[in-house]
Design a protein around this ligand. Structure first.
Ligand SMILES: [Zn+2]
Length: 247
């Protein structure tokens, strides 16, 4: 899903999450100083810094921040609190129709989910050449986000088979964060981590090639078999009938 190009969050969304830990008034060098997670996904540092500056202009144009002069910026909007609600209006501002669910879910992840390994916050990463959708701001742990409409089952549709198999031959996959959501109600019902080191090559299966005439004819996707793997829920039902108080 996420390996298809152009489907990750736009840069301005990523930068809006990048500046979140900074004080209300901050400087460009302070933004660069916390940009290492992005540098990991984009080894060309000049590219990253140019994109950050462009994104700050965009955030200013839409009224999220103000330029204060002498390289200072001020945040104009309070950070959104945690919720299972998915904000589609935020994504609609940037993305084409087909991107909206994907971008909205990644923005939801950035607001609501912490790194499963070190508890630091997750930063959504713009489209890159790696299997990487988010990276934690504490230790740079890598995460692939899979948005599933309904409740996810024991298989997961993966990226193109070739790059997935190559990546698995080189080392383990990033951790997977599976976000099951209800499209009608715009809420996340379950978010679970799967340890990337559990996703061994034997669990990867090729799908049949897309037939001629399809938009990406000949493209071979993949399926990951999750059967029997531990799932670490970070958002899910907490209802317990034994402790619930009835009116
Ligand atoms: Zn981490």
């Amino acid at each position: 899903m996420s390996s298809e190009s152009g489907r990750n969050v736009p840069w301005a969304v990523a930068v809006s999450f990048l500046i979140r830990p900074l004080p209300d008034v901050f400087s460009l060098p302070e933004v660069y100083a916390v940009a290492d997670p992005l540098r990991k996904a984009f080894p060309n540092n000049q590219h990253v810094e140019a994109k950050i500056r462009q994104s700050l202009q965009l955030l200013r144009d839409r009224g999220d921040i103000a330029f204060e002069g002498r390289g200072r910026y001020r945040k104009l909007r309070a950070a959104v609190g945690r919720s299972v609600r998915i904000d589609f209006s935020e994504a609609a501002r940037y993305a084409s129709r087909s991107q909206i669910a994907r971008v909205a879910i990644e923005a939801w992840v950035g607001t609501n989910v912490d790194c499963w390994r070190c508890r630091s916050s997750l930063l959504p990463v713009p489209t890159n050449t790696r299997l990487l959708d988010a990276v934690c701001q504490g230790a740079g742990h890598e995460v692939q986000v899979k948005a599933v409409s309904g409740i996810s089952g024991d298989t997961l549709s993966g990226a193109a088979f070739g790059p997935m198999a190559k990546r698995l031959a080189e080392g383990s996959l990033p951790d997977y964060l599976i976000v099951s959501y209800d499209r009608l109600r715009s809420i996340v019902v379950l978010a679970e981590y799967i340890d990337g080191t559990d996703l061994v090559l034997e669990r990867l299966k090729a799908r049949s090639a897309l037939r001629e005439g399809a938009r990406r004819a000949g493209w071979i996707g993949s399926v990951l078999d999750l059967g029997g793997l531990a799932r670490h829920a970070v958002v899910g039902p907490t209802f317990d009938p034994d402790v619930a108080s009835w009116p």
